[in-house]
Design a protein around this ligand. Structure first.
Ligand code: AHM
Ligand code: MG
Length: 284
C-alpha cells in the first residue's frame, strides 16, 4: 500500500503544476455525474491512471471522470477510487481544490476501505493520509525549495468545534435540516464554506472540530457527494481523527453500494456535532 501512497506523493507537485500552468477551459464532454469536464479534469485523470497502472498491487481503478471500473492487474490486491480534481468549478475563481483517493481491499465497498487521503492544492501543497485502525491522520506539507514532503503533527478532532460548513441548495433543505443548521448558528458556530469539499473538510480537521453537511434535499434526494471517491474516503479520515461520519443516522462506512457513481447524504464532524445531527435526525 505504501507504493500507492508514494504514487500520490509524487503526483501532488505534478498535478499542482498542471493546475498552475493549465487552462481553465471546458471540454465538450459531460462525465457520469452530469458535469461538463474541464481540460484539467481530463488531464489529471489520465496522469493518475498512468501512474497507478504501473503498480502491480493495483487490481482496479475508478474515478469521477470515468464511466466504469477498470480492471488493471488481475493479481492486484487493492482497488483505488479517486476524484482527480474535486471542486474543479472553483478553478476559475482561483480557490483551493483537491485530489481525493480511497484504497479498497479488492472490491469497492465501504467495509473494504483500508486507507484514504487527499491532496490539497492551496497556497501550500499538502497531503493528508488515513489508515484503517490507526489513531490520528498523517499530515504532510511539500517544501518546494527542497522538493520534498515534510511530515507535520498528526491531526485529531476535539469533542466539539466552532465551524459549520453546510452544503446543498438551501431552498431545498428539509425543515428538520434547516432547524439543525439554525441551532448551530444560535450556539455560536461560524459559517465556513468555500464549495470545495477538500478545503472545507481540511479546515475542520486543522481547526480541531465542527460540522460539514451535504444533506438529502428536494432537488437531490441522495445528496450530491459520491460514495466511492468522496464520501467513504473522508469518512475514514474523520473516524481516524477521532470524529464521526454518518448519513444522518447510520455510519457511512457501513453503507452498501449499488452503483459505482452512487451518492448519499453525508455529515462529517466531531463527536458533539454528529450527536446533534443524530438527535435532530438532520439527514431527513
Ligand atoms: P465536483 O466533484 O463536481 O467538483 O463536486 C463536488 C463538490 C465538493 O467539493 C463540494 O463539497 C460540493 O461539490 C459543493 O457543492 P454545492 O456547490 O452544491 O454546495
Ligand atoms: Mg468531486
Amino acid at each position: 500500500m505504501q507504493k500507492i501512497f508514494d504514487c500520490f506523493l509524487s503526483l501532488g507537485p505534478k498535478i499542482q503544476d498542471l493546475i498552475i500552468c493549465g487552462e481553465t477551459n471546458y471540454t465538450s464532454h459531460v462525465n457520469s455525474s452530469g458535469d461538463t469536464q474541464l481540460a484539467l479534469d481530463v488531464q489529471s485523470d489520465l496522469m493518475i491512471e498512468r501512474e497507478l497502472s504501473n503498480l502491480a498491487c493495483v487490481y482496479a481503478l475508478f474515478s469521477e471522470e470515468q464511466e466504469k471500473v477498470r480492471i488493471i492487474h488481475k493479481e492486484g490486491e487493492y482497488s483505488v477510487a479517486y476524484d482527480p480534481i474535486d471542486g474543479s468549478s472553483l478553478l476559475d475563481s482561483n480557490l483551493s481544490v483537491g485530489t481525493i483517493f480511497g484504497i479498497y481491499a479488492k472490491d469497492f465497498e465501504g467495509k473494504n476501505l483500508v486507507a484514504s487521503g487527499y491532496i490539497l492544492y492551496g497556497p501550500r501543497l499538502e497531503i493528508v493520509i488515513a489508515q484503517k485502525d490507526e489513531v490520528g491522520v498523517r499530515h504532510l506539507r511539500f517544501d518546494p525549495k527542497k522538493q520534498e514532503w515534510r511530515e507535520q503533527e498528526r491531526l485529531f478532532l476535539a469533542q466539539k468545534g466552532k465551524i459549520n460548513a453546510s452544503g446543498g441548495t438551501q431552498k431545498y433543505w428539509s425543515n428538520q435540516h434547516q432547524k439543525m443548521i439554525l441551532s448551530l448558528f444560535q450556539n455560536g458556530y461560524r459559517l465556513r464554506y468555500s464549495g470545495g469539499m477538500v478545503p472545507d473538510l481540511h479546515q475542520i480537521l486543522v481547526k480541531g472540530g465542527g460540522l460539514f453537511s451535504y444533506p438529502a434535499t428536494q432537488d437531490a434526494p441522495q445528496g450530491k457527494l459520491r460514495k466511492l471517491f468522496e464520501v467513504f474516503p473522508f469518512a475514514l479520515i474523520f473516524e481516524c481523527a477521532g470524529g464521526e461520519a454518518i448519513d444522518g443516522k447510520s455510519r457511512l462506512l457501513d453503507l452498501g453500494i449499488q452503483t459505482s457513481h452512487e451518492s448519499c447524504p453525508c455529515f462529517f464532524g466531531s463527536k458533539e456535532e454528529i450527536g446533534l445531527v443524530r438527535e435532530m435526525d438532520g439527514g431527513k
